[in-house]
Design a protein around this ligand. Structure first.
Ligand code: GDP
Ligand code: MG
Length: 163
C-alpha cells in the first residue's frame, strides 16, 4: 500500500511538529514565529508495516492574515487535488478561528477523505476543551499532542485505514 497524506492548517497549530514526529526527522523547521515553514516538506511514514508519503504544507513568508488566508486556501486546494487523505490540524490553545472555519468549508465541499486533528492536547483537561471543535461541522476529531506523542498512534491507525 502507498498513498499521499497532506497536512494542512493555519500557521502555528503544530503541523511541522507532527510531520517531524511521524517521519522521525527534524526536517521541517518548527518555530514559534507563525509562518516559518517556507516550502512544502515531503517525508515517508511507516506504521504497522504500511507506508505512505506525507506532505507538510507551509509556504508562508509574510505575517499578514490576508496572505495567510490566500496561501492556506491554495495549499488546501493543492492537497485536495494531489493527496489521498488530508490531515486538517487545529489547536486547542487557540480554539476555532475564522481561518479554521474557512478550511472546514473547503473540506466539506470536497469529496476528499480527511481527518480533523486537534493538536496541543497535552493533558486531560485540554481534551475537555477540545469539544468546541464539533462546531466546525466536520464530525469526530482526534486529540493529539505532537510534542508528547499522545494520541498519535490512534491517529496513524485511522490514516492507514483511510488509505
Ligand atoms: P506549524 O506552523 O503549524 O508548522 O507549527 P509548528 O510545528 O512550527 O509549531 C508551532 C509551535 O507550537 C511550536 O512552538 C511548537 O513547539 C508548538 N507545538 C507543536 N505541537 C505542540 C503540542 O502538541 N503541544 C504544545 N504545547 N505545543 C506544540
Ligand atoms: Mg510549519
Amino acid at each position: 500500500m502507498s498513498g499521499i497524506v497532506a497536512v494542512v492548517g493555519r500557521p502555528n497549530v503544530g503541523k511541522s511538529t507532527l510531520f517531524n514526529r511521524f517521519t522521525e526527522s527534524r526536517k521541517a523547521i518548527v518555530n514559534d514565529v507563525a509562518g516559518v515553514t517556507r516550502d512544502r516538506n515531503y517525508g515517508k511514514v511507516e506504521w504497522n508495516g504500511r507506508e505512505f508519503s506525507i506532505i507538510d504544507t507551509g509556504g508562508y513568508v509574510d505575517g499578514s492574515d490576508d496572505i495567510f488566508e490566500d496561501e492556506i486556501r491554495r495549499q488546501v486546494h493543492l492537497a485536495i487535488e494531489e493527496s489521498d487523505v488530508i490531515l486538517f490540524v487545529v489547536n486547542v490553545e487557540d480554539g476555532i478561528t475564522e481561518l479554521d472555519n474557512g478550511v472546514a468549508e473547503l473540506l466539506r465541499k470536497s469529496n476528499k477523505e480527511f481527518v480533523l486533528v486537534v493538536n496541543k492536547v497535552d493533558n486531560n483537561k485540554r481534551s475537555l476543551d477540545a469539544t468546541e471543535f464539533y462546531s466546525l461541522g466536520l464530525g469526530e476529531y482526534y486529540c493529539i499532542s505532537s510534542i508528547n506523542g499522545s494520541g498519535t498512534g490512534d491517529l496513524l491507525d485511522e490514516v492507514v485505514n483511510k488509505l
